[in-house]
Write a protein that binds this ligand. Structure first.
Ligand SMILES: [Fe+2]
Length: 361
C-alpha cells in the first residue's frame, strides 16, 4: 500500500518488556507503556513473551484453527472469512487458554490495570489469521471503551502486514480541542482520504486476482466482494459504497463539503496524522485503545499471518454493542470471566530465566 504512505517504523511506539521476579512488568516499564497508550493510543511491548510461551500460544492457535467445529467470529471481514481469505475464530475458555490469558493479564497488570478494573469483563479471546488474497480493511474505530491486545507468536513480515494504526487518534476528554478544535473533523478527513485509496487498492487487487493463478477466485467471490447486498464493512463493495450502506466508507464520506475540505486541508493532514504499520517480532504484544483509528491490512505474502487477540472492557458494555465488535466464544458466554478472574487464575509455569536476567536477577 505505497499510495497510503504507511511507515513501517514503529520504534517511537515500542517499549522493551522488562519483567521482574514476580513475572510482571517492572513498575518503570509499565509506566512507560501507559505513557505511550495515553499519548498515542497504542504501545508495542517487545519481547514480552519467551520463546516457550510463544510456542505454547502458537500451539493453542493451531489447535483452534484445525478444529472443524471452531466458533467463527462474525464481527468483521465476513466475506474474507467466508472465502477463507481470513480465519477469525474464538478460543474456548479451556484450562490452557485461561492459563495463557492469565499469564498475559498478570504480566501486564501494571498497564491494563490502569484502564480496566477487576470487575470488567473479558470480551473475547480469539485468533486472527489472514491469508493472501484478503482485503485491506478500511480504517475504523472499534466499539469504544475497550483495551485490546494482539500477541505475535511468530515474526510478522511487512508483506504479511501487521495492524495499521493512526497514532494519537484515540478519543478522550479534550482530544477534540487539538488542531484549533478541529481534531475530530480532521481525523475523519484523513480517514476518508485513506479509505478512498484502500478502496482503489482492493479493487485493483481483485481485478488482478481474476487472472493470477496464485490467488484464484472462488465461484461467486468476485461478485460477493465487489457488487453484493451482503453485509461486510471491509470489502470494496461498490453497491454498498454507492448506496451509502457501508458505515465505514461510502459515497457519503465524499460529499461536496468533504471534498472541498480535503482540497483545502489535504496537504496539511500528513503533518498532523500518520499511518504506521506494525510488523511485530515473535513475543511482541501490541496493546491499543479500541477507539484508536486502525485497520487490519491485507496479507501480501503466501505465508499466513496469525495473531492472538484478547479484549477487556474498560467500562460497562451493552451486550449488543459488545457483540457488534467482538466475538466471545460460547464457552465464555456461558461462563463469563473478568479481568480480576484472570489476575487470580493460575498462570503458565514460570518460563525460562531470560526475563529475570533482564532485570539483574
Ligand atoms: Fe478493528
Amino acid at each position: 500500500m505505497r499510495a497510503l504512505g504507511v511507515s513501517s517504523d514503529t520504534s517511537a511506539f515500542e517499549v522493551p518488556a522488562a519483567i521482574g521476579a514476580d513475572g510482571r512488568l517492572t513498575p518503570d516499564c509499565a509506566r512507560q507503556a501507559v505513557g505511550m497508550i495515553d499519548r498515542y493510543g497504542v504501545v508495542v511491548l517487545t519481547g514480552l513473551l519467551s520463546d516457550e510461551e510463544a510456542a505454547f500460544g502458537l500451539d493453542l492457535v493451531r489447535q483452534t484453527i484445525a478444529d472443524p467445529d471452531r466458533n467463527k467470529c462474525a464481527f468483521a471481514s465476513e466475506t474474507d472469512n467466508r472465502y477463507l481469505r481470513r480465519d477469525f475464530c474464538s478460543l474456548p475458555t479451556s484450562a490452557p487458554v485461561v492459563s495463557f490469558a492469565a499469564t498475559l493479564c498478570q504480566r501486564l497488570e501494571g498497564v491494563i490495570g490502569e484502564y480496566c478494573g477487576r470487575s470488567r469483563p473479558l470480551l473475547e479471546v480469539a485468533t486472527f489469521t489472514s491469508y493472501i488474497g484478503s482485503s485491506h480493511q478500511y480504517l475504523h474505530r472499534d466499539p469504544a471503551g475497550v483495551i485490546s491486545l494482539f500477541a505475535a507468536f511468530e515474526d510478522v513480515s511487512e508483506e504479511q502486514g501487521g495492524t495499521v494504526f493512526v497514532p494519537g487518534t484515540h478519543m478522550y476528554g479534550g482530544a477534540g480541542n487539538h488542531h484549533g478544535g478541529q481534531a475530530y473533523a480532521l481525523m475523519e478527513l484523513f480517514r476518508a482520504r485513506a479509505n478512498w485509496l484502500i478502496l482503489k487498492h482492493n479493487l485493483a487487487k481483485l481485478r488482478a486476482m481474476r487472472t493470477d493463478a496464485a490467488t484464484p477466485l472462488a465461484p461467486g467471490e468476485f461478485r460477493d466482494r465487489v457488487c453484493s447486498s451482503k453485509w461486510d464493512l471491509h470489502q470494496p463493495n461498490l453497491l454498498r459504497f454507492l448506496t451509502g450502506k457501508n458505515a465505514q466508507f461510502s459515497l457519503r464520506d465524499l460529499a461536496p463539503r468533504a471534498l472541498w475540505r480535503l482540497w483545502r486541508e489535504g496537504a496539511g493532514l500528513d503533518g498532523k496524522f500518520r499511518l504506521v504499520q506494525t510488523a511485530p517480532r515473535k513475543g511482541s504484544v501490541i496493546l491499543y485503545r479500541s477507539d484508536l483509528i486502525h485497520a487490519g491490512p491485507d496479507n501480501r505474502s503466501p505465508a499466513p499471518r496469525r495473531f492472538f487477540g484478547m479484549s477487556i472492557a474498560r467500562d460497562m458494555i451493552e451486550t449488543k454493542y459488545w457483540h457488534d465488535g467482538y466475538s466471545p466464544d460460547p464457552s465464555l458466554t456461558a461462563n463469563p470471566l473478568t479481568f480480576g478472574d484472570l489476575l487470580d487464575a493460575p498462570p503458565l509455569p514460570r518460563p525460562a530465566s531470560r526475563h529475570l536476567s533482564a532485570v539483574g536477577e
